[in-house]
Design a protein around this ligand. Structure first.
Ligand SMILES: Nc1ccn([C@@H]2O[C@H](COP(=O)(O)OP(=O)(O)OP(=O)(O)O)[C@@H](O)[C@H]2O)c(=O)n1
Ligand SMILES: [Mg+2]
Length: 399
């Protein structure tokens, strides 16, 4: 019997079958379903070619049509539908050189990375398990489908995927699989950095991050990764109290705190991170520096964006220096007299009007920051009158 979210996706399989093609749920969604873990994306594998899928569904996005993948939109959700295929040589180790579509699912499952990911489920909820994926799920083992060296040579990212699955699932990596990872690890160098960053994000966020890190250290791949290449100790001296870090911004903030010589910007460019990750890392590292000097105070709660509160706590706990609770931060934040600088009862124009003889300049901003700070600490009431009085005694230092 199917349950959600497979039920919502079921009509897609039905529709494909109605047109006399085979279709299955496949990969991570089946694995996670059997593990009773939250299910992420639902992937579908089919004997229908991308052309045929495009003909039978009204809304299809040809995202990776050359690899046989299209996205079918259904009930406002996206489903990756990939044609059964075997891969040719991965010439540049990033993209399969050639892809051959086939109409037999067995060979499609055989090309996949790990036994636990080579599981398929049909419309009736029956599991197709050709490589003992279920027994490996039970034994909590990550094992390649067939020859490890071949699987990892086809796509070296799978080496890092093995680490991240061990971190997410708490599974050990089977010995000959790990040996194969060691043999092929040099190929990591030729991978697109974005793909590595993506897997590392998941590696650091897994519930069993210590297991993932244990394998990462044992594998010794620092020389194939930017920044770690120059600073291997960063990889081998990660704090014992490391917690699962839910975003890569937290990871970079941590690494930067551990090794301030490497700037956040260097991490960002070497690891090809988005601007969002950059902003987050900068905020978190800034908040940490402030916290170390001043402790938990209203200005910290004010300056740190609320969306980063959780990450900040995880970062502090990972550094094991302090244990503060999220609630403490929230309590302070709720008591703040203002939430943002726009809430101040005075603005730059008001200041200019108070000092008509002084030209605009950096003093305006400095003054506003000082006023803001006084208000945040409750030393100054946020009323126009009080602020103007305060200014009289603290005029801008301009000669
Ligand atoms: N380098 C890769 C990437 C993916 N796959 C196959 O494609 C499936 C889907 O890939 P992906 O969504 O990247 O991984 P999931 O296993 O689904 O994990 P997640 O839960 O993170 O999506 C995998 O299960 C696996 O069967 C593979 O064989 N080799
Ligand atoms: Mg997936």
């Amino acid at each position: 019997m199917l349950t959600e979210p497979f039920l919502t996706a079921k009509p897609i399989l039905e529709h494909i079958e109605k047109h006399h093609h085979q279709a299955y749920f496949v990969g991570g969604c089946v694995r996670d379903f059997l593990l009773k873990r939250p299910i992420g994306d639902i992937d579908i594998t089919t004997s229908a070619t991308p052309d045929q899928i495009q003909k039978i569904f009204p809304k299809v996005i040809p995202v990776g049509i050359e690899h046989g993948t299209v996205v079918v939109r259904h009930e406002h959700q996206s489903y990756e539908v990939t044609t059964f295929r075997v891969d040719g040589d991965y010439i540049d180790k990033r993209h399969p050189d050639s892809v051959t579509f086939i109409d037999n699912i067995d060979k499609d499952l055989e090309r996949r990375d790990f036994t636990i990911n080579a599981l398929a489920m049909n419309i009736k909820g029956e599991i197709l398990d050709l490589f003992n994926g279920r027994s490996d799920l039970k034994a909590k083992v990550i094992r390649t489908v067939g020859n490890g060296e071949s699987r990892f040579s086809e796509d070296a990212l799978r080496i890092i995927r093995a680490l991240r699955f061990s971190s997410q699932l708490g599974f050990k990596i089977e010995d000959s699989t790990f040996d194969a990872m060691i043999h092929v690890k040099k190929e990591i160098e030729s991978l697109a950095m974005e793909r590595i960053t993506n897997e590392f994000t998941k590696l650091f966020s897994g519930s069993y991050v210590h297991l993932g890190i244990h394998y990462l250290q044992k594998l010794e791949i620092h020389q194939y990764l930017p920044v770690f290449r120059e600073h291997p100790e960063l990889m081998y001296n990660l704090p014992k109290s490391l917690q699962p870090l839910k975003s890569f911004g937290e990871v970079i903030a941590l690494l930067h705190i551990l090794k301030p010589e490497v700037s956040i910007l260097s991490w960002m460019s070497a690891w090809k991170c988005s601007n969002k990750i950059k902003q987050e890392a900068i905020q978190l590292a800034g908040a940490y520096a402030y916290f170390k000097k001043n402790g938990l105070d209203p200005l910290l709660a004010y300056r740190l964006k609320e969306e980063y509160y959780d990450g900040f706590i995880r970062l502090l706990n990972s550094l094991s220096l302090y244990t503060i609770q999220l609630q403490q931060l929230i309590n302070i934040q709720e008591q703040l007299p203002i939430q943002k600088s726009k809430d101040l009862s005075i603005n730059g124009n008001d200041l200019m009007a108070l000092f008509p003889n002084i030209k605009g300049g950096p003093w305006l901003k400095q003054m506003l920051i000082m006023i803001e700070k006084e208000v945040i600490f409750g030393r100054l009431q946020n009323t126009e009158y009080d602020i103007k009085e305060w200014i009289k005694w603290n005029p801008p230092e301009i000669n």
